[in-house]
Ligand binder design. Sequence first.
Ligand code: NDP
Ligand code: OXD
Length: 310
Amino acid sequence: MAGKILFSSDIDDPAAWAAALRVLRPDLELFDWRAATKPETFDFALLWKPPPGGLGPYRNLKAIQSLGAGINQLDLGTLPPGVPLARLIDPHLTETMIDYAVTAVYRHFRGFDRFERQSRARRWAYEAPPAKADFPVGILGLGVLGGAIAQRLRTLGFPVSGWSRSPRPLDGITLFAGPDELPAFLASARAFVCVLALTEHTAGILNRETMGAMPPGSYVINMGRGGHLVEADLAALVRAGHIAGATLDVLSQEPAPADHPFYDLPEILVTPHIAGGIAPDSAAPIVIENFDRAMAGKPLLNLVDPARGY
Ligand code: NDP
Ligand code: OXD
């Protein structure tokens, strides 16, 4: 069925999306919000963030498709009530998230973070290469991305544990679920990768108490959302030497201000929210499937449950 798609993002390219959709479905018209007229004629919205004026004028939308696996950037409270919202699960995004997690884990595991600093200081200090058996990795969040990251790290030979809300059996992964099993999970690893959904229950979950319960010399890798981490607590634990280092792709304020304290801590590497990337060519079929479902009044794929918050 033909239709009109509203597009709004400050990081994705509308021309690339229009081209990817046109190849598969020439009857779908995609308009960047800047070029969108007659808002009441739009059927479907493809958004990283809502357009500056909000979605109020687009009163006939049948569904909203996030341009991310996460949805918090959409500011759910501002979306029109009752319009279904879907996350985007894109094979390219999953692979880029795996790449990022593996790169960050290896950088800490092989001490490249320390050697980078020693190299700048013209210092040569031999260390025997470590064994993966002594570097277990814990994944917070075992959903689409956490599950894929856990499996890849296991295949590479790391002992892997994971923590989620409900138990999810995953071959070869030591599983923990719910608040009661969080302490045991936190004791189970040396590097922790956060790919949780951000909800009222997971906001601030990486804090003085939980990171303090990680074994001394642990590493924190946050690829979820900035809201998962209490930044002042991480800075204090790094300065105290309890947390040996961190790789952070997401921060509470993005872009981070130039005077952010993390920029002065050599143990912390900040990347500008580049861990995962959605590719229009690989994601377009999924968007089209959800467009067709929305127009037919069928449930969307990867539907967000507003009560659960993800
Ligand atoms: P999923 O919805 O598939 O997985 C979310 C995971 O969080 C699930 O395992 C879920 O548990 C767990 N979770 C939610 N609430 C709780 C809780 N209260 N206690 C314990 N676990 C909880 O999401 P994805 O894997 O697709 O994506 C995860 C997140 O990654 C996104 O929400 C987004 O914020 C972030 N992201 C970041 C990117 C980047 O570039 N930095 C790119 C893409 C995504 P359960 O399995 O029991 O439901
Ligand atoms: C996402 C992201 O949620 O890129 O997809 O952060």
